[in-house]
Structure formats: structure tokens, C-alpha cells
Design a protein around this ligand. Structure first.
Ligand code: F6R
Length: 380
């Protein structure tokens, strides 16, 4: 069943080009083009009134799904211009924000069974059902990999991420599939709200179509190198992951993957926050992984990385292919193809998944069934 892979996690990492391809085939209208753009390029099959006249979006999720939601927030704000809040479901259910009008509430859960996420959605639905003013009516959407789940029964609309069953406890392909769902949703909203020109939508869609081949390239070109690199961390106890902007959630996700399967303490930080505390942790024993992709914060991340280097940290960079500046800054390079900054999380997460996997495998740990963790957390 593992089809020659040593663990399900590695098999699922390798399934990501296919998962991204399936998402594109399912949700992007292949007939849409710049000449034929009278309808939306996106086909989510949602009721039209669900997305009309939105003023706010709030998202509830846990764990890796919460990280995908943070990427989603960036996309919904940047592409569709809708103020978006992302909450931990376990926090939101007991300390909800004041009710906002014309709000879409999105629950993101790959399993569709996470107790806190379901309870947060139930709470939101119930408090809104007591509001007479139609502006405050609940508008609920689920993003899930299980179209038959409790989530799918609870909310009237879902986006099915179609990643196929994930067996490894650490979420990998379901994460990229969730991020893809947010691209589709953000583009649909951008189309409805006319926040992007047809040319820009077309350019993004065309770049999205390149992603499966680009993920394949990252997998093929880097796996051996990352397996080797993992040897360096046999004794390592702490890791820091840095990112900014749309790649800050990827720093969080890289740290979470490492923690849960290798049991190494790891923290993800927005790179600019490092000097406000965590920099005190740095020395030659704490490797720093920085995600530095071309775009609005590239130079900033490089200079944050240099600050870490000045404290003797071993510096690993997730960087664009063939970039001389990055090559000068980092001790080890995990290059990915240059893409539009907004699409980069789909590529930058791949080497971090492989890094966590190989460090854990090298330590001889049970990668697919890490201690104390369950695939879906159906208790509070
Ligand atoms: C991380 C991981 C967990 C889940 C979290 C939410 O690799 O698997 O953090 O992401 O338990 O699970 P779902 O998405 O099923 O609600």
C-alpha cells in the first residue's frame, strides 16, 4: 500500500503534484480564457448568495489547517480585498469576537471531525440564529478532505479538497490541497468583486497550472540532498524557522512538521520579530531555516537571516533557484522555482516537509504514528 515508499508520509509528500493537478482540473474552468471571460474561471459550485456582499471573513481551524488558513487570509485580503480573521477553533469557541455583519465563516478541517472546529462552527451558527437582523445571519462554508464528514453534514456548503485519504498523522498533501482551495476561493471572490483585472486573474491561473511540474522538480532535485543534510542534525535540540508575509505561515508549518514527527523543539517566527526575543536563543547549536522568496519581503528576510548568521547559527535557506544573493547568504540551500510570491507557499512547504521527514526517519522514529498524536482529534 505504500507503493515502495518507506512511510505513508513520504508517499503522501510525493502525491502533491497530483493533488494540485486534481484541484486545478476540478475547480478551474478549462474553457476560460482572456477572450472567453464572461463568467468566472472558478467553479466551486457554491450558492451565489453565499459570497455576495461580504464585508468580513472569519476562519476557524486547528493545527496545520490553521496554518493553511493563515495563507488563506493573505490571499483573501490581497486578491479579494476582504478583511479576514483567522482563529484557533479552541479559542474562538470560548472567546468569540463580537458579531460582525455580512460575514462568511469558514471552518477548515481535513478530517472534518476535529471536535474544537465543529464546536466553534456550531457556536457561531447558534449565536447568529438568534439575530433578527439578516445582516448577521450565519453564512457557513467548510473546507475539508472528507465530503462525508461531520463537518460536511453540519455546514450547507463545502469545498472538497480531493487530496485522497491521508494516512500519515502529519498532514502534508491535505495542507497543499487546503491552500489550493483558498486560491480558488480568493480568485472567485476577486472575480465577483472585480478586485483583479482579467489579465491578472489569467496570469495567476496560468502560473497555477505550472505548480504540479514545479513541485515534481523540487521533489526530484532535492530529496537526496535533504536526506544527506538531515545527518547534520542528529544531536540538534532546537530549530528556528523564519518567514514573512505569505511565507510566515510556512515557517510555522515547517516548525510544526519537525516537532510532531522528530520531537525536536522548533519555533516558527515572523522573521522581523526575531530581534524582539528569540534572537537570544541563537548560537552555533541552533539551526535557522529562513524562507526567502522574491517579492515584497525578500531583502528583509535576507537581512534577518544575516542577523542570525552573525550569532553563528547554521543557516538553511528556502530560496529561488539560481539566485546569487541567496547563495552568498546561506550555508545550505533548498531552492525552489521562482514564482509569483502569492503562489510560493505551495513550493516552499515541500522542502520543509522533506526536511522534517528525513530528520525523523534518520532518528529511527515512527514517522507515520508519532507518539501522543492521533490523526483526528475528536475530543476537546
Ligand atoms: C499536523 C496535524 C494536526 C492537524 C489538526 C487539525 O500535521 O495533522 O495539527 O492539522 O489536528 O486536523 P483537521 O485538519 O483534521 O481538523
Amino acid at each position: 500500500e505504500k507503493q515502495g515508499f518507506k512511510h505513508f508520509m513520504l508517499k503522501e509528500i510525493y502525491e502533491q503534484p497530483g493533488v494540485v493537478r486534481t484541484g486545478i482540473e476540478t475547480y478551474i474552468d478549462a474553457a476560460w480564457s482572456l477572450e472567453n471571460n464572461g463568467t468566472s474561471p472558478i467553479r466551486l459550485g457554491l450558492a451565489p448568495d453565499l459570497l455576495q456582499g461580504l464585508e468580513h471573513i472569519q476562519i476557524v481551524a486547528c493545527g496545520t489547517s490553521w496554518h493553511a488558513s493563515l495563507v488563506g487570509k493573505h490571499l483573501l485580503e490581497q486578491l479579494a480585498n476582504i478583511p479576514t480573521m483567522v482563529q484557533y477553533a479552541s479559542e474562538f469557541r470560548y472567546s468569540p469576537s463580537p458579531l460582525m455583519p455580512n460575514t462568511l465563516t469558514i471552518g477548515v478541517t481535513q478530517s472534518g471531525e476535529t471536535a474544537d472546529t465543529l464546536a466553534a462552527l456550531e457556536m457561531e451558527q447558534s449565536r447568529r440564529s438568534q439575530q433578527p437582523d439578516p445582516q448577521f445571519q450565519a453564512r457557513m462554508l467548510g473546507i475539508t478532505n472528507r465530503a462525508e464528514s461531520s463537518l460536511a453534514r453540519m455546514v450547507p456548503h463545502i469545498i472538497d479538497t480531493h487530496a485522497g485519504i491521508e494516512i500519515g498523522v502529519a498532514a502534508t498533501k491535505t495542507f497543499t490541497a487546503q491552500v489550493m482551495a483558498f486560491y480558488f476561493l480568493a480568485l472567485e471572490l476577486a472575480y465577483i468583486r472585480k478586485t483583479l483585472s482579467s489579465e491578472r486573474i489569467h496570469a495567476i491561473v496560468e502560473e497555477m497550472r505550472q505548480l504540479p511540474a514545479q513541485i515534481e522538480l523540487v521533489l526530484e532535485s532535492q530529496e537526496r540532498y535533504i536526506e544527506e543534510l538531515a545527518h547534520d542534525f542528529a544531536e540538534t535540540q532546537d530549530f528556528i524557522f523564519l518567514g514573512r508575509g505569505i511565507n510566515f505561515p510556512i515557517a510555522l508549518e515547517g516548525a510544526l512538521k519537525l516537532k510532531e514527527i522528530s520531537y525536536i523543539h522548533a519555533e516558527g517566527y515572523p522573521a522581523g520579530e526575531m530581534k524582539h526575543g528569540p534572537i537570544a536563543l541563537l548560537d552555533a547549536k541552533v539551526p535557522v531555516v529562513a524562507i526567502a522568496m522574491p517579492g515584497s519581503v525578500y531583502e528583509k528576510v535576507l537581512s534577518n537571516a544575516q542577523e542570525a548568521k552573525a550569532r553563528d547559527a547554521q543557516l538553511i535557506g528556502v530560496v529561488p533557484l539560481n539566485d546569487a544573493e541567496a547563495e552568498d547568504t546561506f550555508d545550505s540551500l533548498l531552492p525552489v522555482p521562482k514564482v509569483d510570491e502569492l503562489l510560493s507557499p505551495i513550493l516552499t512547504v515541500i522542502p520543509l516537509q522533506l526536511l522534517a521527514y528525513h530528520i525523523a526517519a534518520r532518528r529511527g522514529l515512527d514517522v507515520d504514528q508519532p507518539r501522543n498524536l492521533a490523526k483526528s482529534v475528536t475530543v476537546e
